[in-house]
Design a protein around this ligand. Structure first.
Ligand code: PHE
Length: 460
């Protein structure tokens, strides 16, 4: 095994691990993506399916990934091979790790672009654009909308921001600055939460909170399509950073004696709470201003500035808010870059710095496809089923196909291939709780994913 350098790494404490894993989990998926896909898929029923997916599939798969990483004490493909060998099975299972690396690589190519939007918004807010727009309530929403359209159709602006994001990530990853990151996250995550809660209360006062609450929690199954259920399932993986080898990598650094069960549940709950609060912060403004819940990727960027613009000290708080989003996104960008980098180090025997640069440059080139998609370039338009342009295609391919597929294999691997006594040892569980997790991994997760997946892509 070629990953001995990694094996000696450990998080400094249980707290540091939970924080780092929460940092990887909480990101644009919670604050940007969850609210708009909920809007596109009808609200309450979608939220319910999403919560069930987190509980019944996401949490067990997360535990499985952490167990594999911790037991294998190396990067995903090797960890899987190691655990398979320990159970007397084929090392070909390590292919699961490869699917994950590809998914992470593709996701980062558009994730870095959206992180760039948030970075641009720090400056919009800081230069008073939102309050200037709010001076005339009659045109406020239109001006804010135009600001967004102008940004996403400006190839040069987007390129600058996503390039800066990737360079910063390459730097951090090549240095392996765990300490700096740990410290940064210690302050940033709580600050993000406080700000989000603050904005939620503010939008409850100035916006239409009742309509938002009703939209998110009134379950009306007639609003949900099978396609929507697949989106909810895929998002459960995306938001918890599953099926990309991330949790395996983080699990490999887990100190002895940390409970995998408790930490996984804590991370999942923290991630879900942030997503729900983001929804409750954004939707009151959406409804009060007559915006469309189905506005798509621009929802966050068109609703939140409306709230800040007319709020006392709004430019200042808005700047802070977008800085927080940039940081939440950045901790995820780093986690996403870690996976292809570790893969190149392991497989191609590259140095960490070289691997981070090679992966980063590849992702940068691919990010141009998403940038030009937002700008509406002709060559990015696609005519087959998985979305109208390359950005939508990459989003669909990763969240709705690669992540669920990875999830099926991970749960089958953990449920059927790894010896149950290994699971039991790592989970420190006996009796009914263990049986429940085993049933979730053996049956509920793979069958659930397969049913939703096969139905949505038209196989059933
Ligand atoms: N979970 C992150 C989010 O919700 C995205 C992510 C996926 C980050 C995979 C790291 C790895 O934004």
């Amino acid at each position: 095994m070629s990953t001995d350098t990694q094996v000696s790494n450990r998080w400094s404490s249980r707290y540091a691990y939970v924080l780092a894993a929460t940092g990887a989990a909480v990101g644009l998926g919670n604050i940007w993506k969850f609210p708009y896909i909920m809007g596109e898929n009808g609200g309450g029923a979608f939220v319910l399916v999403y919560l069930l997916c987190i509980l019944l599939i996401g949490i067990p798969v997360m535990m499985a990934e952490v167990i594999i990483g911790k037991r294998g004490r190396s990067t995903p493909a090797n960890a899987i091979a190691h655990v398979a060998a320990e159970s007397g099975r084929s090392s070909h299972w390590s292919l699961i790790g490869t699917i994950g690396v590809i998914a992470g690589f593709l996701i980062l190519s558009f994730y870095a672009v959206i992180a760039g939007w948030a970075a641009a918004y720090v400056f919009f807010s800081g230069s008073g654009e939102f309050s200037a727009a709010a001076a005339d309530p009659a045109t406020n929403a239109d001006v804010i909308g135009a600001l967004f359209t102008e940004l996403i159709t400006s190839v040069s602006q987007l390129m600058v921001w996503s390039t800066l994001t990737l360079i910063a990530a390459i730097y951090v990853i090549s240095k392996g600055v765990k300490k700096g990151l740990e410290t940064a996250i210690t302050y940033l995550m709580p600050a993000l939460l406080v700000l989000l809660v603050g904005i939620m209360f503010y939008s409850a006062v100035v916006g239409d909170f009742a309509a938002a609450f009703n939209f998110m929690f009134h379950v009306d199954f007639s609003q949900l399509t099978i396609e929507g259920a697949l989106v909810a399932l895929g998002h459960a993986f995306f938001t918890l950073s599953l099926a990309m080898g991330i949790m395996m990598t983080y699990g490999a650094y887990l100190p002895k004696g940390v409970s995998i069960v408790k930490t996984s549940i804590t991370i999942a709950i923290a991630d879900t709470i942030v997503a729900l609060i983001a929804g409750l912060a954004i939707y009151p403004i959406v409804f009060a201003n007559g915006l469309e819940p189905s506005a798509g990727p621009g929802l966050l960027f068109q609703s939140i500035p409306l709230a800040f613009g007319s709020m006392p000290y709004g430019d200042f708080v808005g700047t802070l808010f977008f800085i927080m989003i940039v940081f939440a996104a950045f901790t995820s960008v780093i986690a996403l870059l870690e996976s292809p980098t570790a893969y190149l180090v392991e497989r191609q025997k590259m140095s960490r710095t070289k691997a981070a640069i090679v992966a980063g440059v590849g992702i940068w080139v691919l990010s141009l496809c998403s940038i030009y998609s937002f700008a509406g370039a002709e060559w990015t338009k696609l005519s087959f089923g998985m979305g109208g342009d390359i950005f939508e295609f990459l989003d669909y391919l990763t969240a709705n196909i690669l992540l669920p597929l990875g999830g099926i294999f991970i749960s089958i691997f953990a449920g059927w291939v790894i010896k149950p006594n290994i699971l039991q040892e790592e989970l420190h569980l006996t009796g009914t709780p263990f049986v429940i997790i085993l049933i979730l991994l053996r049956f509920v997760a793979p069958i659930g994913i397969l049913l939703v997946f096969a139905n949505a892509i038209g196989l059933l």
